[in-house]
Design a protein around this ligand. Structure first.
Ligand code: HEM
Length: 493
């Protein structure tokens, strides 16, 4: 009786609010700059996550509040080198990952990417690292496979003459994602890599991974597992669950049966059979496929879109001039190509979002702010690359030449966060760079690219997925116009 009295209910509610306010105000995070609402609830942040614009929301907060911003009651975002170094590089591999990475477990197993603790991660990395070393990526049939796939990509893009070709991934159309898929599976399984540039079944399989629209569904399963369990029928109607049966089957079969060449990851995993069972092996390989398709594909897509704009005409011409002047130069001796790729990854990082980590026990001072253990801290490449004006002046401008200036070179390179930094940075970095440079070299030694009239900046706006981003309309129509017949002849396949 007493409990239903309005006075008692109001008193309990008031007391609860008072305790909440008291605890919030007394929290060590209270003084961290940020909107007041972030101190009380993470709902606004989650709303932006579901709306696919978390990255831009955090960017706006940094613009308003500075390099340290509280984005949720227990979460702080940073943009400075001091913070980046502490969070991602201290002790070699930085702070431990949060349970956010549970969203990416495969076949119920943790892979190198989803391992949270440092010790387990270091053990797994010791097994895998040598196959992704630059010397292994750039040798013999490893690099020859990339070159072959790049020529296939160009052949598909130019098969219809001047007609526009969709260089982004759409069902049954030629795509940068197909190129990235064929390159990464070549590195994992050769000779059993995919041929999604030419084979419809492989393209369909690639498409399941690349055009996955499940991020909202997965976010709900992460934040509200009970709701997800109870209401999955309704949720699945609105937001698709992740379903990639074709690639799962391919990886499970291939990782069991294939005779893989010595440069491949699979051959390495075979040498280490005592460390990983069949399911671990398949999960690790599938993870690398997923990690290597959207990232390289979207990175190239945003970059080629930018190069195709009238405002980038001089840049495209300078790139063409360098490539045509040195047709046989090794990839690492083409400084402007390198600058174009770095600037592409700076302006359009394929993983633009926060990479969340826990403050270790005992708490830490990060960029002058003391934070208790278990606070979630992160940097996001999108903001790191745009909000350090002394290192990246006029950061909103796509300007590859900034990377040619010897002055400040070390500062720029250490703030390049597209592949993250420290011991948990991208293991596939050299593979991705080889793929990007090879395809750009083949394209711009022989063609000029221009945007199709139907394309707009809005359709190419960044849309966040779970951790990566992609163009909002998932298409990017470009024309490929031959520079002259002699340059094209070498690329015909
Ligand atoms: C332009 C292309 C790429 C970009 C921008 C990129 C970016 C990144 C970033 C930012 C991370 C750190 C993620 C985090 O801490 O949450 C990462 C990790 C990782 N990447 Fe990439 N990546 C690219 C291509 C690739 C490729 C081609 C592979 C294929 C093998 C790959 C495999 C991985 C793996 C296995 C990890 C986990 C590393 C670890 O935890 O030690 N990535 N990548």
């Amino acid at each position: 009786m007493l409990l239903t009295s309005p006075t008692v209910v109001a008193s309990i509610a008031l007391l609860t609010v008072a305790v909440l306010v008291y605890r919030t105000v007394k929290s060590p995070l209270w003084k961290v700059p940020g909107p007041t609402v972030s101190a009380f609830t993470s709902l606004i942040l989650k709303w932006h996550e579901l709306g696919a614009d978390r990255t831009l929301y955090i960017q706006a907060l940094h613009l308003q509040y500075g390099p340290v911003v509280r984005i949720a009651p227990n979460e702080v975002s940073f943009t400075s080198w001091a913070a980046l170094k502490e969070i991602y590089c201290s002790g070699g591999s930085g702070y431990e990952k949060t349970e956010f990475y549970d969203l990416f477990t495969i076949f119920g197993r943790r892979t190198m990417f989803t391992t949270l603790g440092k010790t387990d991660h270091a053990k797994r990395k010791r097994i895998l690292a040598d196959r992704y070393a630059n010397s292994n990526v750039m040798r013999g049939s490893a690099i020859a496979g990339i070159q072959e796939r790049s020529k296939r990509f160009i052949a598909r893009c130019t098969a219809g003459g001047l007609a526009a070709h969709d260089v982004f991934c759409r069902a049954y159309q030629v795509a940068l994602h197909a190129y990235a898929c064929d390159c990464v599976t070549h590195h994992l399984f050769h000779p059993e890599g995919t041929d999604s540039l030419r084979d419809v079944h492989d393209e369909e399989m690639m498409h399941q991974v690349a055009a996955d629209d499940s991020f909202q569904n997965r976010l709900v399963s992460f934040y509200a597992p009970t709701l997800h369990r109870l209401a999955s029928g309704i949720l699945n109607f609105w937001w698709k669950p992740r379903e990639t049966p074709l690639v799962e089957q391919y990886v499970q079969q291939t990782s069991k049966q294939a005779e893989a060449e010595p440069f491949t990851l699979l051959s390495r995993l075979r040498e280490k059979t005592g460390d990983l069972d069949e399911v671990d092996t398949a999960a690790e390989c599938l993870d690398h496929i997923a990690a290597g398709i959207d990232t390289t594909g979207d990175g190239l897509c945003f970059l080629m879109w930018e190069l195709s704009q009238p405002r980038s005409r001089d840049i495209q011409q300078r790139l063409q001039a360098e490539l045509r002047a040195s047709p046989d130069a090794p990839l690492d001796q083409l400084p402007y190509l390198d600058a174009v790729v770095l600037e592409g990854l700076r302006c359009f990082p394929p993983i633009p979002m926060s990479l969340p980590r826990y403050v270790p026990s005992g708490g830490r001072v990060i960029d002058g702010t003391w934070l208790p253990a278990k606070t979630i801290v992160s940097c996001q490449a999108y903001s790191v690359h745009r909000l350090n004006p002394s290192v990246f002046p006029a950061a909103h401008i796509f300007n590859p030449s900034r990377w040619l200036d010897e002055d400040g070179d070390a500062d720029r390179r250490r703030l390049m966060f597209a592949f993250s930094n420290g011991g948990r940075g991208c293991i596939g970095k050299h593979l991705a760079l080889a793929e990007m440079k090879t395809l750009l070299r083949d394209t711009y030694s022989a063609y000029t690219t221009t945007p199709h009239a139907s394309m707009s900046e809005e359709s190419m706006a960044m849309a966040d997925q779970l951790i990566s981003s992609r163009p909002r309309d998932q298409k990017c129509l470009l024309h490929f116009e031959p520079l002259d017949s002699s340059s094209v002849a070498g690329l015909e396949h």
